[in-house]
Design a protein around this ligand. Structure first.
Ligand SMILES: [Zn+2]
Length: 90
């Protein structure tokens, strides 16, 4: 039992994908552009036309912007109007 099987696991280096999958239409056509000068970023999907703009901190990367996009898309109510509570007339 003195034998140890050494497992060598090759982990492929993860590259930042140029295109992100769109939270709206599901296609990998989302491009994040960051302009460091103005500390802003523009996320756009060339498929469905989704377009958002975020302010970015210097430490944030494309993937962070993409996360903000998905957060925004998923958290925003879809066609769901906040129904006002009808005032009760006493
Ligand atoms: Zn899209």
């Amino acid at each position: 039992m003195g034998r140890k099987t050494k497992r060598v696991v090759h982990i492929p280096k993860k590259r930042l994908p140029k295109f992100f999958s769109c939270p709206k239409c599901g296609k990998e056509t989302v491009v994040v552009k960051i302009s460091r000068d103005s500390a802003r970023s523009i996320v756009g999907c060339s498929s469905c036309g989704l377009n958002e703009e975020f302010s970015v901190k210097p430490a944030q990367r494309e993937v962070d912007v993409y996360c903000m996009l998905t957060d925004k898309v998923f958290s925003s109510p879809k066609k769901k109007e906040v129904s006002k509570n009808p005032q009760k007339k006493n």
